[in-house]
Write a protein that binds this ligand. Structure first.
Ligand SMILES: C[S@@+](CC[C@H](N)C(=O)[O-])C[C@H]1O[C@@H](n2cnc3c(N)ncnc32)[C@H](O)[C@@H]1O
Length: 862
């Protein structure tokens, strides 16, 4: 199944072969939504094997290693996420606690390897584990390690990510001021890397800016208080998957992130000037990632469907979509900017052919070139891209060396194959020093046997000049001269270019499918199809977005236009059961999915629910003024970027914070039909309070690192002892003003008192405040900032439950992670397993799992 494609229903049948020579059925893996146990998977597919053997992607002497690696189960790999400082700290627990315990372990009569850092990943922030799941579950030292992994993954400090998938962002050379677009971003593991890169070095800059004399000498970054000026826009065509991006990036708490939901082949140009300004300015990107939908045939080690469904035609429709995504990306790139194109396929049709076609369509090497990255990531084992010479196989297993051979086969008939000219190499015959030759060898191929990973393809492209015109795909017609040449090639086969089997008689013709056959409602193109066709063929530098939100008809028109304008002008043969619908519901290739939702007006509606609007608060808004005053927020904190999510622009439940550029983009594109799905970090949340002197807006843990450096000392509690943090983690509402007798009682019960901060907490007014924990000799190795709530007689660390558990495990090696609430008559203990799943983030759902302040109960107790 293509990577990112909709799951198809599995068929019935026994453990026999399918028509591609692949296994027909696995007990679990064939069921939609059920991942098969890899142990039961038959990793065989004769056609897949034949294709790659004959395609000669790896030298003959490497074939056996390559093929046997592809059949082995993939090792588990994971990455430490978040800011560099934070990630290094989470890593410390792995290094100091777990790795020493996992040395020299024998299980079931075999030595078991401990986890190891991935050689190519900087700072050892990515690791691999080759132990199977059963060993992890049953072998005690690994069980403990698993608890740590699960706890840190749940709170987002560790992200499971395939090793090769970590490579593209590492080659993007991202700096904190860069404007970055991730065109096909869901589920978002690479987006998370991009966001981390934008925030690289932020902690140091913010610290210098908030305490140092930065005010007199403001740099651009100084103006934002040390925060980055750059931005990541993460996009996905699939509405539901675009929401996965919110969850994936939530933990990063970045105000410099926008999530959108558009078809990347027609990504709208975003205004950065007000819509009514005569000289419109559009956003261009410094860096773009096009991690496009693909067949995913490099993922066979973890993805059963590759063995089950692989066939050579899967790449055909994808090729055209991939070219169009890449071309659109190159258009939106700044001159001098970089675009990284990647797939987890090993097929040249989805890789070098796409790169070559996109460079050609953009105007050649004077516009776009491939960057040589052979000196980057020196520990990454890789192969050069294919310079040329690849062939294309059709569904009858016939190989074609040139497009003319295809046309010859089709002569006088309707379309026989879905093969297009751009799938063939154009550079094969050019000399190495020919300046017009596209240096495809600079593409990067990673194969499974090189460092025990999946297969992957990456190309770094640089834009050298503005692209004024996009070349259209050449017509599907064979010039007479070439017809003769192709015929003569067929007549005199050579060893180097095997003869094409011109099986015209038996070739099945594939009539163009009508839109209805493709599951669309209309047989005739919608009125807008002509315009969309023009957009798709000669993509303007900055196409405007429709002024209204895309309607069902618009989406259908787009889908129809895709059928009409798809460079090959023919769609898949719907009667061919081997054809896989091209990819994960891109808006342009599939009819929109119906989503049923109940609108605020009480009526049931179809289509994705509308996102709440993004409305910025004036910086002299009454609520903001109270917040500034209560928290003593520094004058130097940027006050114009607080935002709410309702049409009225009222601070009702949450106040979000975004970066300046995010604000410009959201405001300049309001009402233009751009589908913004998410932006902003919750900084303040409305809180029920008992007395009027308490500010009903607490600092939300997500926004803490943004706001805390700028808060006045009147709302800060300082600590440095482990015991204090332990007391606050283990007890939900530790009492303020503990007597000596109570301290002894606590000690007997195995608890600490908050002695170190007792006086400070007593002195501070009720409500939200910040606990700053400084690193100290024999205590913590890193500074921490935690949200605290002061009630009349107790205080409460306002952390989500999972975060509390992960901290207990990480900081105190406390795997039981019991948290007691001694204010309750029957002491309530949170005994939930550390392995509990992450809490789902529902945008708009303000309950983020924070512990609610039980002020009433605390007061009753008192
Ligand atoms: C290979 S996955 C991306 C993986 C992602 N970059 C990551 O690292 O987690 C491809 C994604 O492209 C999306 N997609 C498919 N067609 C698209 C299109 N025309 N425009 C934008 N996104 C598309 C799919 O929904 C899928 O989420």
């Amino acid at each position: 199944m293509p990577r990112g494609a909709m799951k198809k229903k599995g068929g019935k049948g026994g453990f026999n072969r399918n028509k591609n020579g692949g296994p027909k059925r696995d007990r679990d893996a064939h069921r939609p939504g059920v991942r098969g146990s890899y142990d039961t998977i038959v990793s065989e597919n004769a056609l897949y094997e034949k294709y790659y053997k004959e395609a000669k992607v790896v030298p003959e002497e490497e074939w056996d290693d390559f093929w046997s690696a592809l059949k082995r189960t993939l090792p588990t790999t994971f990455r430490f996420t978040g800011s560099r400082g934070h990630a290094l700290n989470t890593l410390k627990a792995l290094r100091d606690i777990h790795v020493p315990h996992l040395q020299g372990i024998e299980w079931d009569g075999q030595m078991v390897d401990p986890p190891k850092p991935l050689a190519f990943y900087p700072d050892d922030l990515a690791w691999g584990l080759s132990v199977g799941k059963t060993t992890i579950r049953r072998c005690p030292p690994f069980k403990k390690f698993q608890n740590y992994l699960v706890a840190e993954t749940t709170v987002g400090n560790i992200s499971r990510q395939e090793a090769v998938s970590m490579i593209p962002p590492l080659l993007m050379d991202i700096e904190p001021h860069h404007v970055v677009l991730d065109m096909c971003a869901a589920p978002g593991s690479k987006t998370a890397q991009l966001v981390e890169m934008i925030h690289n070095g932020e902690e140091t800059r913010v610290a210098a800016s908030s305490i140092g004399p930065a005010a007199e000498n403001l740099t651009i970054e100084g103006e934002t208080g040390g925060r980055p000026t750059g931005l990541v826009i993460a996009n996905d065509a699939d509405y539901k998957r675009s929401h996965m991006l919110i969850h994936q990036t939530k933990r990063l708490n970045s105000p410099n992130l926008i999530v959108t939901n558009h078809d990347a082949t027609m990504y709208p140009s975003l205004l950065i000037s007000k819509p009514d300004e005569p000289n419109k300015q559009y956003l261009k990107f410094d860096r773009i990632l096009a991690d496009v939908p693909c067949t995913g045939d490099g993922t066979a080690r973890k993805n059963y469907s590759v063995w089950k469904d692989w066939n050579p035609q899967n790449a055909f429709n994808l090729h055209n979509i991939q070219v169009r995504i890449l071309v659109r990306g190159l258009q939106m790139l700044k001159t001098g900017g970089r675009l990284v194109y990647s797939t987890c396929s090993m097929n040249a049709i989805e890789n070098e052919a796409v790169v070559q076609a996109a460079i050609d369509r953009c105007g050649g090497l004077s516009k776009v070139n491939i960057v040589d990255v052979s000196d980057k990531l020196p520990n990454l084992k890789r192969s050069a891209g294919l310079k040329g010479g690849w062939k294309v196989m059709d569904k009858d297993q016939t190989w074609y060396n040139t497009f003319e051979e295809v046309l010859l086969k089709e002569e006088g008939k309707d379309r026989v194959t879905r093969i297009t000219k751009s799938m063939f190499p154009t550079e094969t015959d050019k000399a190495d020093d020919d300046e017009t030759r596209i240096p495809l060898e600079r593409c990067v191929r990673v194969y499974p046997h090189q460092q025990d990973t999946g297969g992957f393809f990456i190309t770094v492209l640089e834009k050298l000049d503005e692209i004024r015109h996009i070349k259209a795909e050449e017509p599907r017609r064979i010039p007479d001269t070439q017809k003769q040449q192709a015929a003569s090639v067929t007549e005199t086969p050579s060893e180097a270019t095997p003869a094409v089997q011109l099986d015209i008689e038996t070739a099945k013709t594939t009539p163009p499918a009508s839109p209805r056959k493709r599951g669309l409602e209309s047989d005739s193109p919608a009125p807008d199809a002509k315009k969309l066709k023009a957009d798709a063929e000669v993509l303007p530098e900055a196409p405007e977005v429709a002024e209204t939100t895309e309607t069902t008809e618009d989406a259908e028109a787009a889908a129809v236009s895709d059928v009409v304008t798809g460079t090959d002008k023919v769609t898949a043969d719907p009667s061919d059961p081997s054809i896989i619908t091209p990819i994960a519901a891109p808006a342009s290739t599939e009819a929109p999915k119906p989503f049923d939702f109940r609108h605020k007006d009480g009526k049931d509606k179809k289509g994705p629910p509308p996102e709440e609007p993004f409305k910025y608060l004036p910086n002299d808004h009454e609520v903001l003024k109270r917040i500034y005053e209560f928290y003593g927020l520094s004058e130097r904190f940027p006050r114009t970027c607080f935002m709410v999510r309702n049409a009225e622009g009222l601070p009702v439940r949450a106040i979000y914070f975004t970066s300046h550029l995010a604000k410009t983009i959201l405001e300049c594109n309001e009402g233009r039909g751009v589908k913004f799905v998410h932006c902003g970090v919750k900084a303040f949340m409305k809180q029920d309070v008992q007395s009027p002197e308490v500010l009903p807006w607490r600092i939300q843990s997500e926004g803490l690192s943004i706001v805390a450096p700028w808060i006045g000392d009147a709302r800060v509690i300082h600590a440095s002892k482990k015991d204090t943090v332990h007391a606050l983690l283990k007890e939900l509402f530790p009492k303020v003003g503990t007597t000596d007798a109570e301290k002894i009682k606590l000690e007997i019960e195995g608890y600490n008192s908050i002695g170190e901060i007792d006086e400070q907490v007593k002195a501070i007014g009720m409500g939200s405040c910040v606990l700053k924990v400084r690193k100290a000799e024999g205590e913590f190795d890193e500074d921490m900032i935690l949200p605290l709530w002061k009630s009349r007689h107790s205080c409460n660390l306002m952390l989500p439950k999972d975060e509390r558990k992960a901290m207990l495990l990480r900081l105190f090696d406390d795997a039981v992670a019991e948290v007691r609430d001694s204010t309750q008559r029957n002491s309530h203990i949170h005994r939930d397993a550390v392995a509990e799943g992450a809490e789902e983030d529902a945008e708009g759902d303000e309950e983020t799992g924070d512990v609610e302040v039980k002020e009433d109960e605390v007061m009753q107790e008192a």
